[in-house]
Design a protein around this ligand. Structure first.
Ligand code: ZN
Length: 81
């Protein structure tokens, strides 16, 4: 489970958060604000861009098509089986 560093935009508090989901919004433990920004520990110079720019999920293999063949979309025709 990855641990990310966050900074609170409201009170400038920095904290670490265990992240279960990539788009989970961290809550500041100091003031309870959700206006937090993720810090990339490896490359902090470009903080402020889109949060999904360097997401490892973007490089993952594409999702399976769902099992359908070119003749159907549900995977239930004779070609599929
Ligand atoms: Zn805060």
């Amino acid at each position: 489970m990855p641990i990310f560093e966050y900074v609170c935009k409201k009170c400038k508090n920095q904290f670490e958060e265990l992240v279960f989901s990539q788009d989970e919004q961290a809550v500041c433990p100091s003031c309870g604000s959700t206006r937090t920004e993720k810090l990339m520990s490896c490359c902090r110079s470009k903080v402020g861009g889109g949060p999904n720019m360097d997401s490892p999920a973007a490089q993952a293999s594409p999702a399976p098509s769902g099992g359908g063949c070119s003749g159907c979309s549900g995977g239930s025709c004779s070609t599929c089986h």
